[in-house]
Design a protein around this ligand. Structure first.
Ligand SMILES: NC(=O)c1ccc[n+]([C@@H]2O[C@H](COP(=O)([O-])OP(=O)(O)OC[C@H]3O[C@@H](n4cnc5c(N)ncnc54)[C@H](OP(=O)(O)O)[C@@H]3O)[C@@H](O)[C@H]2O)c1
Length: 333
């Protein structure tokens, strides 16, 4: 697999990353532990090095799963990206974000233990804590860099003001943010700024949570946040969005590619500073995503895809109103 350097001072990673969120139960419905571990190992065998998680995915479950999957893999071969800050409760509920300096160090201590490692490659706050200046949070992570527990600092769903302020405290290697045919909000101001500052983008939701594959979760699926909370999967919107995927499929049929592969290739076509972090949780999905790396899209292909699927044509926001309110990236600075 080709590689890319994340930002000016960041790590070198395979040009496709693997996000493990959906491998913990209760996020995208049930999950299969053995298949999850096999998927992580298959990804590494294929050249994936960037593995993304959050300490709050399954309240620690995701990190412990990754630890088991990485047994036997040299630590230096993997670039572990970990998000922190989101607060959970025993029933699986959410309790806001805590990014106070002391909380940063506390979260990190538990993460290192759960992952069975003595350093994290990229550590990032998942969301802003409105009560804590970003300078304080980044300053605390910078202390852990100096102490050798963290190698690089990243951001997640941050807007332009926060990116500038954070980068002034310590170099930011990448911004993790949603970017897809359906979600292009970063193009107006965020992407120009990351490019100006030499910060990479690690793109998630490249398949709009699976919607762009055309394979949708069952409507009764228990513990699937797409069904319970995501507007694009809501009745009325879903049907309309799937007609867009049908248009994408027709283009893919001519090129011998699936809609999901076109969606991954589209994000890759937007720049070498953008690394898709794919949420494959089965080996078959991983293989499909890897197939996109061989796909080359002409300007005419891209124009047809833009006409088939765009934010204007998409029904529903990328998050529900409560979660949208927590996205610094959606705030006008
Ligand atoms: N920074 C943030 O705020 C943030 C937010 C969300 C996620 N993330 C990170 O980004 C990663 C990816 O995000 P995501 O999972 O929401 O987005 P995604 O890659 O758009 O969607 C992944 C889902 O799409 C479905 N799918 C169908 N075909 C696939 C294929 N060929 N390859 C991969 N998936 C396929 C799967 O659902 P089924 O198995 O149900 O079919 C899978 O769970 C997460 O794992 C997480 O690490 C970060």
């Amino acid at each position: 697999m080709e590689t890319a350097k994340l930002g000016q001072a960041g790590p070198v990673v395979g040009t496709l990353g693997l996000g493990c969120m959906g491998m913990s139960p209760g996020i995208y419905g049930p999950s299969d532990e053995a298949e999850s571990i096999a998927t992580i190992r298959a990804a590494i065998a294929a050249g994936v090095t960037l593995i993304d998680t959050g300490d709050f995915y399954g309240a620690g479950h995701n990190e412990m799963l990754i630890r088991r999957a990485l047994e036997g893999t040299p630590r230096s071969q993997i670039v572990l990206s970990v998000k922190f800050g989101a607060l959970r409760d025993p029933a699986g509920g959410w309790g806001g974000n805590d990014c106070r300096p002391q909380a940063v160090k506390n979260f990190l201590a538990y993460t290192l233990r759960r992952l069975g490692t003595d350093y994290i490659d990229i550590y990032r706050p998942a969301r802003l804590d409105p009560t804590v200046p970003i300078e304080d949070t980044i300053g605390a992570i910078a202390d852990t860099v100096s102490a050798g527990y963290v190698r690089h600092i990243g951001l997640s769903e941050a807007g332009v003001g926060t990116i500038r302020r954070a980068h002034a405290v310590h170099p930011i290697c990448d911004l993790q943010i949603e970017y897809s045919l359906m979600s292009r909000g970063i193009e107006a101001a965020i992407l120009p700024l990351t490019r100006q500052l030499g910060i990479a983008v690690t793109a998630y939701g490249v398949l709009s949570r699976g919607l762009l594959s055309g394979r949708i979760p069952e409507s009764g699926s228990k513990g699937d946040i797409r069904v319970s909370r995501m507007p694009r999967f809501a009745e009325g919107n879903l049907e309309k969005n799937l007609t867009l995927v049908d248009a994408l499929r027709r283009i893919g049929d001519e090129k011998g590619a699936t809609p999901a592969q076109l969606a991954v290739a589209w994000v890759r076509s937007r720049g070498t500073d953008i690394v898709p972090v794919i949420g494959a949780r089965r080996r078959s999905q991983l293989d499909e995503a890897l197939g996109a790396l061989a796909l080359s899209l002409s300007a005419a292909d891209l124009a047809r895809m833009d006409a088939a699927v765009s934010p204007d044509l998409t029904s529903g926001e990328r998050y529900d109103p409560t979660q949208m309110a927590h996205l610094d990236s959606e705030v006008r600075h």
